[in-house]
Design a protein around this ligand. Structure first.
Ligand code: MTE
Ligand code: MO
Length: 347
């Protein structure tokens, strides 16, 4: 393994905002795109750097006292197994962290993500349930620990975070394809986990082995870095740049997307007057629980100058985006309504 740069793919400034070893998608880069986030603009969150892994010699080991027959599979063996295809969002738990500071006046430490630490891709791979069953998973198995092959993070060792066996046996994918192509290096080649609805850290990239244990497992990633973090909250974003210029008096069709790790989005409302009045946005087409809901709303800007747009979604559990998110020590799970600034200019 070697590293030329922390991220392999090009990061043109019109598609990404750089955060050192990680890169955030700019939301104006989703404008005019289809349901999925094209791979060239999908955000990257690396603890160290993207490794180069040779699929010809790579193996995935399934082991631990939670399985009766520990096994290892090659890339070709995995690709020959029963496969599933799922449209799933991967979102960093820190998505929106910047707004703790910029909107609520209490900055949270860590990567200052805007709303671009999310992407939806079509993932194809083997259900983790199938692999665990093949390995003879025991009824007493409690936790499953996927481990990445990227370089150790500081003195903490390889990136690894336990998953309860209930989630592992439910809808988790051991994915080798993203948007119809083999996974690219930055997104976990040859194989990554895809854990629907959960914080991005659960979706371990560059999988090397999976341990199944009959006891609870602990790593710095479920004790120190992401304690108590599982399902992602509800959020919305406009497919517009920050401070985008919009022409006065011309009818606009504003587009956005909303998502929630807890379930379907049932309503999206938009306010053009700072939150006094809300209009319901329209949506059509696909409405997938583990991905996002695209929506749109018409608007004719009638006043020159700076203006703020608010979008607020509600999911099927009744959860809605609050005006303010309670402060979180790590700046995770910012779910408040984001005040998106733009400028109305002479058209
Ligand atoms: N092995 C490994 N897996 C990892 C990471 C990592 O640094 N190393 N980052 C995690 C985090 S914090 C997130 S948000 C997602 C990001 O996935 P992406 O880079 O494909 O967008 O991968 C997760 N899986
Ligand atoms: Mo993350």
């Amino acid at each position: 393994m070697y590293a030329a740069a922390t991220i392999v793919k090009p990061l043109p400034p019109e598609l990404f905002r750089s955060h050192g070893a990680s890169a955030e998608m700019r939301w104006d880069a989703m404008a005019g795109q289809g349901y999925h986030t094209p791979t060239d603009r999908f955000f990257v969150r690396n603890h160290t750097f993207t490794p180069a892994i040779d699929a010809a010699t790579w193996q995935l080991a399934i082991h631990g006292d939670g399985v009766r027959c520990p096994t290892a599979y090659t890339y070709d063996q995995l690709r020959a197994m029963p496969a599933r295809t799922l449209d799933v969002a991967i979102e960093c738990a820190g998505n929106g962290r910047r707004f703790y500071g910029s909107q609520q006046g209490e900055p949270a430490p860590g990567t200052q993500w805007g709303l671009g630490a999310i992407g939806v891709a079509r993932w194809r791979g083997v259900p983790l349930r199938y692999l665990l069953e093949q390995a003879g998973v025991r009824a007493a198995a409690l936790d499953v620990l996927p481990r990445g092959l990227d370089a150790p993070f500081e003195h903490y060792g390889h990136v690894r975070r336990p998953l309860p066996v209930g989630k592992a046996m439910d809808d988790v994918l051991v994915a080798y394809e993203m948007n119809g192509r083999p996974l690219p290096p930055d997104h976990g080649f040859p194989v990554r986990l895809v854990v629907p609805g959960w914080a991005g850290i659960a979706s371990i990239k560059w999988l090397g082995d999976i341990e199944a244990a009959t006891r609870e497992l602990f790593t710095p990633w479920n004790t120190e870095f992401y304690p108590e973090i599982t399902v992602n909250p509800i959020k919305s974003a406009l497919e517009l740049g920050w401070n985008a210029a919009i022409p006065l008096g011309r009818p606009q069709l504003l587009r956005g997307r909303s998502w929630s790790g807890r379930g379907r989005i049932v309503k999206v409302e938009v306010s053009f007057d700072g939150g006094r009045r809300w209009r319901t946005a329209e949506h059509h087409g696909r409405h997938l629980v583990s991905a996002w809901l695209p929506w749109h709303i018409g608007w004719v800007p009638r006043q020159l100058g700076e203006q703020v747009i608010l979008a607020r979604a509600t999911d099927e559990t009744g959860a809605t985006q609050p005006p303010k998110t309670p402060q979180h020590p790590f700046g995770y799970h910012f779910d408040a309504v984001v005040r998106h600034p733009l400028r109305v200019v002479h058209g």
